[in-house]
Design a protein around this ligand. Structure first.
Ligand code: FMN
Length: 395
């Protein structure tokens, strides 16, 4: 029988580990090491389940619940987010505990009904609503667009726990559940990748909700998100990191991404990388076809300059560059500069088309696109190096 993990007195993790997941949200977010869907059980005079898990793992979640409760029923089910990785198992769990009262935000009610059923009564929770389960109070904050319009968060002052759902999530699987035996940089970096791939388009909303939460001066011993580890020792770090993420704070860093068949565009990229480094910048450089988009956007988040290069194929940019531009447009990054480059054979327009698309995505272009007919010679490569070094000094 699968066992719950006790996190603190009367609070248990009853979630699941999806060890083989490499495509979180389908193709949108490639991940490396699987993930967890976290559900939590608060045992008080009333028993409360916070969130569920993906439908295929419903039985495992129920086993963990039963490992704590035995035959005792659940009194309250709080659905903080209607996305199927948190709500999919609800139907089966509710069938086992049909007398439970069910709660969600207004958007949660709408999205649950639209996905699963029409007749389960769900009570609406709004920001600052509270509920008592006996010794413990639960208070709620609507967290619209972190990650869907229905997201919400639950805090218990007596437990000093924030159940944050998608906020502060990451894809770290740690069987001890908390951050206590993990390296700080690793945890924050994973949270950064998650942020870049889940809420990057919604930084304004993240900032507003973060400020609201901080203004409440809650005493917090644990932040329990719906994916990954539970924050315990790194709570000040993750809160500070979220402020940086939400502000899209730039480092003195350049991200170079490109696609290249015969390495001509790659040679330009490499010369520029050396030039930027000589000009004092941190450089990240990736060939798009060989790199997961989740890593590219993690690195885009704190880069002050994004350079994009493509060879010209059938009078067009490469597919991976086109996909990157679409993703960049959707990410709505602010305060970033851009530069484009690329090799062509006989149709010289693609680098300037990249330039237009980068500008449309909201980047301020630092100069005209760099176009190169076929293979660059040494003199041209030296020029690209010097150009990059000069740009780095003036950024
Ligand atoms: C499949 C393919 C199609 C190409 N089509 C065009 C084209 O339509 N127009 C053009 O100017 N060059 C075309 N080229 C030439 C490349 O743009 C040129 O070789 C360039 O230097 C390639 O850069 P890369 O090495 O970074 O891929 C094509 C090359 C390939 C491999």
């Amino acid at each position: 029988m699968k066992q719950a993990v006790q996190i603190k007195e009367n609070v248990y993790w009853v979630g699941v580990r999806d060890l083989n997941n490499r495509h979180f949200h389908g193709e949108l977010y490639p991940i490396e090491e699987g993930t967890t869907y976290n559900a939590y059980l608060i045992v008080d005079d009333q028993v409360t389940l916070i969130d569920t898990v993906e439908a295929e793992f419903a039985d495992e979640c129920i086993e963990r619940i039963v490992s704590v409760l035995g035959d005792r029923p659940i009194d309250n089910i709080i659905l903080q987010h209607a996305e199927p990785d948190h709500s999919g198992a609800f139907v089966k769990i509710y069938a086992k505990y049909p007398n439970a009262k069910v709660y969600a935000s207004q958007g949660g009610v709408r999205n649950m009904k639209a996905q699963y059923f029409g007749d389960v009564p769900i009570q609406v929770l709004k920001t600052d609503d509270t509920m008592s389960t006996g010794k413990y109070t639960l208070t709620f904050v609507e967290m619209q667009m972190i990650h869907w319009p229905d997201n919400m968060l639950t805090y218990s002052p007596e437990l000093k726990v924030v159940f944050s759902n998608d906020a502060f999530g990451q894809h770290i699987i740690n069987y001890q559940m908390t951050d206590e035996n993990l390296d700080r940089w690793y945890c924050i970096e994973q949270a950064k990748e998650y942020f870049a791939n889940i809420v990057l388009s919604y930084t304004a909303q993240v900032k507003a909700k973060l400020n609201l939460i901080l203004s409440k001066n809650w005493e917090i011993e644990y932040i329990m998100p719906a994916h990954g580890i539970i924050w315990k020792q790194y709570i000040p770090d993750i809160l500070a990191a979220y402020q940086k993420f939400a502000n899209l704070e730039n480092k003195n860093k350049v991200l170079i991404v490109y696609q290249s068949v015969w390495n001509h565009t790659q040679q330009i990229a490499e010369s520029m990388a050396e030039g930027f480094a000589a000009g004092g910048m941190e450089v990240k450089i990736y060939k798009l076809s060989e790199t997961k988009s989740s890593i590219v956007f993690r690195e885009a988040m704190d880069s002050k300059l994004i350079c994009l290069g493509s060879g010209t194929y059938n009078n067009d940019m490469s597919y991976s560059v086109a996909a990157f531009l679409e993703h960049l447009r959707a990410a709505k990054l602010k305060g970033k500069k851009g530069l484009t480059f690329g090799a062509y054979g006989w149709f010289p327009k693609v680098p300037s088309i990249l330039d237009e698309k980068m500008a449309e995505a909201g980047l301020e272009m630092v100069q005209n696109a760099i176009g190169q007919s076929f293979s660059p010679n040494q003199e041209q490569l030296d020029n690209y190096y010097e150009t990059a070094k000069e740009i780095a000094k003036n950024l």
